[in-house]
Ligand binder design. Structure first.
Ligand SMILES: Cc1cc2nc3c(=O)[nH]c(=O)nc-3n(C[C@H](O)[C@H](O)[C@H](O)COP(=O)(O)OP(=O)(O)OC[C@H]3O[C@@H](n4cnc5c(N)ncnc54)[C@H](O)[C@@H]3O)c2cc1C
Length: 307
């Protein structure tokens, strides 16, 4: 099997992984970034980023592309759409086999595998995913020109994406399980003052129906248990995330939510294995917190390999 050696391997090419790559490569650390999907992570799903300091407004795609370019220009090797077929993180030299073909070795590893959208897990959801049900406004919003859609959720992502979807849809109904929102007050205010948005509170979608695409949803009121049916063209679901840590389960210590546990140096229970970004146990998940984690994990990894 072909073997390639690096100082540090970063698993994940979202904001945390790319920032780690920028700091590592700039410090002349031979760095490989491996991503099982496309580089950029969840940022690519974001229509507009308006809370990244120094940039008033930028598309998620553009921000991620610039981060990737920076990492590459400083000398990172970047590989996307790979499959990890074996992982050995114990010992001084960490070994990661990709596509059963190449073994990558490194003195340290940074796990920055982020998260993915949480599904509602109700009947019909799998069947109509991609046929009227979406988890990404930027990717699919354009398919719903002048259509009536539902946005599920009550956090920042749900309300911000509801507002962005009004540029396509004729009507957006936000369906939220509680009587209040978890989003920041400004996000709630912006959604409430938008004439195309209305709200169904304390309610949940309990089933999706359709033929070749989604046509109807069943909504249950959480307190009265009254069930109503609503004809709809599309549903966007923004109800949180699941950390992508299955591949290190049983190897790295995780908490009950499957988030990676790290110490104050961003090191996991295995020496030389660090973690950063949305995949670690923390309260707030933003691009700024991911880039901060990536910075600190990289600096600690540099110190680790130098000593
Ligand atoms: C719809 C939406 C809108 C958002 N809007 C904003 C916003 O406006 N402002 C803001 O600050 N934040 C926003 N966020 C949150 C922000 O996108 C995340 O906090 C941030 O992307 C986390 O970065 P990350 O690098 O930790 O993880 P991710 O962005 O999830 O990147 C992880 C990367 O790791 C890869 N990966 C997964 N498993 C593996 C593996 N086993 N091996 C190798 N690679 C792997 C994935 O393919 C992915 O590319 C939004 C999120 C969503 C979903």
């Amino acid at each position: 099997m072909e073997t390639n050696s690096f100082d540090v391997i970063v698993l994940g090419g979202g904001p945390a992984g790319l920032t780690a790559g920028i700091y590592l490569a700039r410090a002349k650390t031979n760095t490989l970034i491996l991503d099982t999907g496309t580089i950029g992570g969840q940022v690519v799903l974001t229509h507009a980023v308006e809370n990244y300091p120094g940039i008033e407004s930028v598309s998620g795609y553009m921000l991620a592309s610039t981060m990737r370019k920076q990492a590459k220009n400083f000398g990172c090797t970047i590989k996307s759409n790979i499959k990890i077929t074996s992982l050995n993180l114990n010992g001084e030299i960490k070994k990661i086999v990709v596509n059963d073909k190449i073994e990558y070795q490194a003195k340290a590893v940074i796990i920055a595998s982020g998260g993915k959208s949480r599904p509602l897990n109700v009947p019909g959801e799998k069947e109509f995913a991609g046929k009227g049900i979406s988890y990404c406004a930027t990717c699919d919003g354009d398919f719903f020109q002048d259509k009536e859609i539902i946005v599920v959720g009550g956090g920042n992502s749900a309300l911000e994406e509801a507002v962005s979807l009004t540029q396509y849809a004729s009507k957006v109904t936000v369906v939220h399980q509680f009587d209040h929102f978890q989003a920041y007050p400004w996000a709630v205010e912006e959604a409430k003052k938008n004439p195309k948005i209305n709200f169904i509170m304390e309610s949940e979608i309990i089933e999706f129906f359709g033929d070749e695409s989604l046509r109807k949803v069943k909504i249950e009121h959480q307190k009265t248990h009254e069930i109503t049916e609503m004809n709809i063209d599309g549903v966007f679901i923004f109800i949180g995330y699941i950390p992508r840590t299955d591949f290190v389960k049983g190897i790295i210590n995780l908490n009950e939510r499957n988030e990676i546990l790290v110490d104050e140096n961003y090191q996991t229970n295995i020496k030389g294995v660090f973690a950063a970004g949305d995949c670690i146990a923390k309260r707030y998940r933003q691009i700024t917190t991911a880039t901060a984690d990536g910075t600190l994990a990289a600096l600690n990894a540099i110190e680790y390999i130098n000593h």
